[in-house]
Design a protein around this ligand. Structure first.
Ligand SMILES: C[S@@+](CC[C@H](N)C(=O)[O-])C[C@H]1O[C@@H](n2cnc3c(N)ncnc32)[C@H](O)[C@@H]1O
Length: 486
């Protein structure tokens, strides 16, 4: 088993914040006049983000761009702020375990902004090559300039203790034993809650041997790697080749409509702006294409997307449907997400309904192909949401499974005899995937989905398919294809 090491991890903040250089220049650090300390703008932006995530449950990826913009950060400063903010969110539980060991009081008793500062500095000390003295002194300056300047001494003392070891040293000191509890060890070393590490291990079928643990470690580490941007060339609107030229992108490995965008802002690509293309993970493309491409006897003109917000797959299905003379109904329970679906499918043969998919008021037995991309824990897309692994709770699983089963029962009623249902989650959690399929309505016959993802490697023994970031480079999408008995 390889070990997650502290300073050697891929995330290493770019150096060179203003205060870094000042701190690195040696004493005297503090000016003689009592002017307030300089504020390091990149770290202050990271602190703003941590406060928003902690105090108002903000989504980091949706909130940080506004903070960077408000603070006028770009280039290296924005890159540093992003690396520190996202990295700290991802490692939160691990950082808290170390901070808790170095602190003389429970973390819950700490002032929120003080805890944020400790977490941000601990991330720099344990996960980046930023020199310890810079990480400590800049953080202490930030605390002095913040709402609780009296905590600066306490923060300084805690950070000095943390800097005694690197990450590997701390894991060895406070972590479970690697031999007797490899799951607990890997969970802490890769900064995941234990229940998530256990869920991934179950879904991988990873045994406790070296090979199984190595794959589990790869799956966990993949959640720390920001995904490449994938684009969808909407069928009939723009070809894959045209989009590759327009976006200066690369042909996707598996999706015939996919393009990888190596760099740059997709919002600047004209085909995205005018709706001929969209940003969509290749895994999402593949599962929607599997449903659209699987053979069907009899009529094939009415398709349904039963949980469609924000509309990525509805747009792909709608574009394809337009090519083959079919039309799509898209259901979404949340009004603002239904509005997003309407925008995503503009100009396509898609009717959007704001309704509960469990009873959408659509005719039973009327649909030839039904997609149920079910609400789920999202454990297959943790790489997209830095804070998600710590916000999700194990207790979320059971209510979601209930909803998934109710929606699948509804899909089984809405599809016509002989028609197809695709059950999809962006979670590999077995309760949400094969567990739901094992207890599916009796008239849904499971069919092998693998032939409808041609060219995609490592699809296992079937009949369902589980994609993985560390295997196929896609989000962790699950797909079960079923046919309603005639
Ligand atoms: C996994 S997302 C679907 C993603 C979508 N297929 C796409 O590709 O953009 C699940 C969606 O189901 C919606 N949802 C949750 N409960 C629902 C219900 N009872 N009926 C219909 N939609 C529901 C959620 O609001 C969410 O937008």
């Amino acid at each position: 088993m390889s070990t997650t090491s502290g300073r050697g991890r891929p995330s290493q903040g770019p150096r060179g914040g203003r205060s870094d250089r000042r701190a690195g220049d040696g004493p005297p650090r503090r000016p003689q006049t009592r002017r307030p300390p300089d504020v390091d703008h990149a770290r202050q932006a990271a602190l703003d983000l941590l406060a928003a995530v902690r105090s108002r449950s903000a989504y980091a990826n949706l909130t940080l761009p506004g903070i960077l913009n408000d603070r006028g950060l770009s280039g290296r400063d924005a890159a540093l702020a992003t690396e520190l903010a996202y990295g700290t969110c991802r490692a939160l539980g691990q950082l808290d375990a170390v901070i808790g060991t170095c602190c003389d009081r429970p973390l819950a008793d700490l002032d929120g902004p003080v805890l944020d500062a400790l977490r941000l500095a601990a991330y720099q000390l344990l996960h980046t090559r930023i020199p310890d003295h810079a990480a400590v002194s800049v953080t202490v300056d930030l605390v002095r300039a913040g709402p609780n300047p009296g905590a600066a001494g306490f923060v300084n003392a805690v950070l000095r203790k943390i800097s005694r070891h690197d990450l590997a040293g701390w894991i060895a000191e406070i972590g479970p034993d690697r031999v007797t509890d490899p799951l607990g060890y890997l969970a802490l070393a890769t900064a995941h809650p234990r229940w998530i590490a256990a869920a991934l291990q179950d879904a991988l079928g990873a045994k406790g041997d070296e090979a199984g643990l190595a794959e589990l470690e790869a799956a966990l580490n993949a959640n720390d790697v920001a995904p490449q941007v994938h684009l969808l060339a909407k069928p009939g609107r723009i070809s894959q080749d045209e989009l590759m030229i327009a976006a200066a992108g690369d042909r996707a490995r598996y999706s015939p409509f996919g393009v990888y965008l190596p760099t740059g802002d997709p919002g600047r690509i004209s085909a995205i702006v005018d709706g001929r293309a969209a940003v969509q993970d290749e895994g999402s493309q593949l599962v929607a294409l599997a449903l659209a491409g699987a053979p069907l006897d009899g009529k094939d003109e009415r398709w349904l997307d039963l949980a469609s917000g924000p509309g990525g797959k509805a747009a792909l299905l709608g574009a394809w449907a337009g090519q083959v003379g079919a039309r799509v109904d898209a259901v979404e329970i949340t009004p603002h997400r239904a509005e997003l679906v309407r925008k995503a499918v503009a100009g396509l043969p898609v009717a959007v309904h704001t309704a509960d998919g469990r009873d959408p008021g659509l005719p039973e037995g009327a649909f030839d192909r039904v997609l149920l991309d079910a609400p789920c824990t999202g454990l297959g897309a943790l790489r997209r949401r830095p804070e998600a692994r710590w916000r999700r709770q194990q207790t979320d699983v059971a209510p979601l499974v209930r909803l998934q089963r109710e929606l699948l029962a509804s899909a089984a009623k809405l599809v016509r005899p002989g028609g197809l249902v695709a059950y999809v989650t962006c979670s590999p959690h077995l309760s949400e995937t094969t567990g739901v399929i094992a207890r599916r309505p009796a008239d849904l016959e499971l069919i092998d989905a693998r032939p409808y993802l041609p060219g995609v490697p490592d699809l296992g023994a079937g009949p369902t398919v589980q994609l993985w970031p560390h295997r196929q480079g896609t989000d962790g999408m699950f797909l079960a294809l079923m046919r309603r008995a005639v």
